[in-house]
Write a protein that binds this ligand. Structure first.
Ligand SMILES: O=C(O)Cc1cc(O)ccc1O
Ligand SMILES: [Fe+2]
Length: 427
């Protein structure tokens, strides 16, 4: 399918785009007088001095400067969004959640529930996992996250993300990223929407190196789509909700800040269709480590140890010979949060529902549940297609802490799925 003409294909490319002909200055970033009296503004995603291959920034040409705003005060809504995590000692338990029941009459911001987080956003490391359930468009308000980039993973209902740098439309099966600091409002074309919002406080998500896989495979760069410039010229009241150092703040403008008539640079939102992921797996034996399913990685300062990996478990053929095919039993130094977009996950026969969540933190023993182990240990190993499924994992080197809402709402009996394994019998 050719790329939608409202988007430019490629990951991390330098893009130049204008919604009004002539709005983009030519040959310089900050002319004395930008076209039409627009205001030039640089938005930095990395330090000015970051190495060139990692340096990300864009120049925005807007109706009014972002600097023009009154002071922020605490936002009193969205009680379940960014409340901080439990401070008490955390038991090394495996945890799982059913889909969180949403309130009615809430937009994306007020419909957010923070479930897991693992660092203070001010550390510029770590991730948080929020779920959203909303049934109202954001009207006369925008959201901006100063604490990290946001990767939206819809599970039910489409999302239209109207951002400062363009408009992104996604449906379940697609994901979209809004960079740190980019203001946006969410419109729900289906009237309601549910899903996951993965917040990354650390180094920006990038495509993983491919090593011996070669120049192609996994998520291919051209399948990422960056929207063309789009703006609204609305001189009416607009509330800005900002997540900043772990708390929510609000201020009010007399205009929409989605007023960027042109921009250029390589810091921009994008969308990606997970069905384009080129899944690679064994054609001989054994179940490879799930790092082969990495869509995006956010490195930490320790080589090979990710601040966060966004990993998917897409439809795929299972052909391994003399192999226990589902995920093995394991204890992982990395911490694993998982969500399910659709279908069933191959390590869990029951209890992990679309829209649900699970947490297998630092070194906690987990793997196939008893029913999965029984079935897979006795399965006829002919080629088998795992279809109609899409799970994801947000794997992080930093152990997660649940919020108190999450701890109070966890399934009471998750451990039972690993009870009563028969003892091995030695000769
Ligand atoms: O625990 C999980 O379900 C995620 C996972 C999947 C897999 O195929 C191998 C290891 C792993 O942690
Ligand atoms: Fe695991």
């Amino acid at each position: 399918m050719p790329t939608d003409s409202n988007y430019t294909p490629g990951f991390g490319n330098h893009v130049a785009t204008e919604a009004v002909p002539g709005a983009l200055p030519i040959g310089r970033n900050s002319p004395q007088k930008p076209p039409f009296g627009l205001y030039a503004e640089q938005l930095s995603g990395t330090a000015f001095t970051a190495p060139r291959h990692e340096n990300r920034r864009s120049w925005l040409y807007r109706l009014r400067p972002s600097a023009e705003h009154p002071p922020f005060t605490r936002y009193e809504g969205a009680a379940r969004f960014a409340p901080g995590t439990v401070k008490e000692p955390l038991a090394p338990n495996r945890l799982r959640w059913d889909p969180v029941a949403g309130d009615s009459g809430v937009d994306l911001v007020d419909g957010m529930t923070t479930m897991l987080a693992n660092r203070d956003p001010a550390d510029l490391e770590g991730v948080a996992l929020h779920v959203y359930a909303a049934d109202r468009d954001m009207e006369n308000r925008v959201f901006v996250d100063a604490d990290g980039e946001l990767l939206f993973v819809p599970q039910e209902g489409r999302l239209a993300l109207l951002t400062e740098l363009g408009r992104i439309d996604i449906a379940p099966g697609q994901v979209a990223l809004v960079p740190r600091g980019v203001r946006f409002r969410a419109v729900l074309p289906d009237g309601s929407a549910r899903g996951y919002a993965l917040e990354n406080h650390g180094a920006m998500f990038r495509l993983p190196d491919l090593g011996p896989i070669g120049a192609n495979g996994l998520a291919n760069p051209r399948d990422f789509e960056t929207p063309n410039a789009w703006f609204e010229d609305r001189d009416e009241r607009c509330e800005v909700i900002q997540k900043y150092l772990g708390s929510l703040w609000r201020t009010e403008l007399h205009h929409s800040p989605l007023d960027v008539a042109a921009w250029h640079g390589n810091l921009a939102p994008w969308r990606y269709d997970l069905t384009h992921f080129n899944t690679i797996n064994t054609v001989s034996f054994d179940h490879p480590d799930p790092s082969i399913f990495t869509v995006l990685t956010s490195p930490s300062d320790v080589p090979g140890r990710a601040n966060a990996d966004f990993v998917i478990f897409p439809p795929r053929w299972m052909v391994a010979e003399d192999t226990f095919r589902p995920p093995w039993f394991h204890r992982n130094i990395m911490s694993e949060a998982m969500g399910l977009i659709t279908g069933a996950y191959d390590a869990k026969a029951e209890g992990f529902r679309p829209g649900g969540l699970s947490l297998h933190n630092l070194l906690s023993g987990h793997g196939p549940d008893k029913a999965t182990w029984d079935a897979a240990s006795n399965a006829n190993l002919k080629p088998h297609k795992i279809g109609g499924t899409m799970a994801f994992m947000l794997e992080s080197c930093w152990p997660y802490r649940p919020t108190s809402f999450a701890l109070e709402h966890a399934q009471p009996d998750y451990d039972a799925c690993w009870a009563d394994f028969p003892k091995a019998t030695l000769p």
